[in-house]
Structure formats: C-alpha cells, structure tokens
Write a new protein. Structure first.
Length: 276
C-alpha cells in the first residue's frame, strides 16, 4: 500500500514492537480526515500507475507471491485490466536489489532501518512513474528524493543488482497454460532447472501423510492438486508442507507445484497459483 501511495511514508516496514507505531497511527488518522476534506478519493491515487509502481517495488525486494493475489484483486475492484503478464513484464525489467528472510539473514527490520519503502523508491526512481500522487500530499518522485540513501548491503544500487530480474517469476507450461508464480529469489540456483519424478497428491492432507511417513525423496516433484480458489476451498497456503521439507533437509532438492499458494516465509522451488 505504501508503494502505491496509499499510506504515509515509512509506515509499511515499521516493526510491530516499535513505540513509533502509536505516533504513525495518529498521523495516519489525521491524514485520512485531511484528505477527505480536501476531496481526494481512493481512486484518484490507486490507479494503474500506482499498481505498476507497487509491482516494481515487490519485484525489487523479492516480496511475497501473496501480493500477486492482492494486487490482482484490487485491480479487479478498480476495473483495471491487470494480469500475470503485467507481473511478468515488470519483473523482467526490474532488477533484484534486496532479499530478506527466509532468503537471506536480513529482515524487514533491516529494510526499515535502511529507509524502508522510500529508500526502495529512491533506488528504483528511474523506473518508476514518479509524478503520481500519494496520500502524503507529495508525489512518488518527491517521496523518493526525500529518502536517505540505503546502505548497499541492504539495497543494492540499480546498476549493481543481485540479479537482473525481479524476485517473482511467472511461468507457463502444459501444467499451467494460464500461468503460475514462483519466488525465484528464494530458489537455489541449482533448482532453477530441475527434472524429477512427479508425485501427485489430491490435496495437502495426502501430501502430509507421505511427509510424516518420510516417503518423499530428494529430486521428487510434488504436484498438489485441488488447493485453488474452488478446491481449497479458498486457495489455502501450503507453507507447512514447504517448512516440513526444509526441516527434513529437502527444501533445496524437492520441488512443489500447486494451484494453492505459499506464505511469504516460504523458500525453495515452490510454484503456486497454477492456472489450469
């Protein structure tokens, strides 16, 4: 939301235990009332450009694949034609500038101390739509200019990225003609291309039984069906099986493919959101 200009600068990464949260809450409440009286409405800020800026920030910091669902849903409510193709196109032209847990020792607290979302906007400034408004009363470009430069060990410069593409990749194939997503910034390089025997499960519970029986082996490709919006029901997260694989020492050698989704804490070759 902050990358879209819908919340005050610096609030998105504020740690849960930070005493400043009370001040930010009060400032946000005051600002809501102010923009209402000024006649500013949600749709004046949350347009296509704001959504594309948010996707670019998401790609640059290797954010959660759950954001794909949320941004597509928001775009649908706004009547904006946003698809997986948009995420794919922006991801291919947005370099990866930072990675955070579980893909690195760095946390969102480190990102906050490095300047938070405004620092990311500053790094990405040449790629952003900078003239868009934000609820702060400043444009995206002005928020970026006002940010303190982030340390390069937290956010790499645009011309010295961690990778040439963003953290989330969109995949297509015979099993996913409508697309699928994977957080490639959390996948070991050796698993970006993988061939192995497919093990098909009709839901998370069936997979869980095999995991507990320790019948999953290195190299397996776990295909978990019926976990999508209709099958889950509600597109359940398969973060627990993914975490169990890591605990078994198989997180870097077993791939998972599902029409369900994964948590932002998931790492490894976990492909979700499969559209049949």
């Amino acid at each position: 939301m902050e990358a879209m200009g819908l919340s005050l600068p610096g609030c998105a990464t504020l740690p849960a235990v930070a005493p400043e949260r009370a001040d930010v809450a009060r400032a946000s409440g005051r600002r809501v009332v102010e923009v209402w009286h000024q006649g500013v409405r949600f749709r004046e800020i949350a347009g296509r450009g704001a959504l594309e800026n948010a996707i670019r920030v998401l790609q640059a910091v290797g954010g959660s694949t759950n954001a794909v669902i949320h941004l597509l849903a928001l775009a649908s409510e706004l009547g904006i034609d946003l698809t997986l193709k948009t995420f794919d196109e922006i991801g291919r032209e947005t370099p990866l500038l930072g990675v955070f847990k579980p893909a690195s020792p760095l946390t969102v607290v480190d990102l906050h101390e490095a300047g938070g979302v405004p620092a990311v906007l500053q790094r990405l400034s040449p790629l952003l739509q900078r003239d868009l408004p934000t609820v702060s009363g400043r444009t995206v470009g002005q928020v970026a200019v006002d940010a303190e430069p982030a340390p390069r060990d937290v956010l790499r410069p645009l011309d010295e990225p961690l990778a040439s593409e963003g953290g989330i990749a969109v995949l297509y194939g015979s099993l996913a003609p409508g697309g699928a997503v994977v957080k490639q910034s959390g996948v070991e390089p050796g698993m970006l291309r993988h061939r192995g025997p497919a093990r098909v499960f009709e839901g998370e519970e069936a997979l869980r039984e095999q995991l507990l029986a320790q019948k999953i082996q290195a190299g397996d490709v776990l295909v978990v069906r019926n976990e999508g919006p209709r099958g889950g029901p509600g597109m359940r997260e398969l973060s627990i099986p993914a975490a169990v694989l890591v605990g078994m020492g198989l997180g870097g050698s077993v791939a998972m493919l599902t029409d369900g989704r994964f948590s932002g804490a998931t790492r490894g070759p976990c492909i979700g959101h499969v559209v049949p």
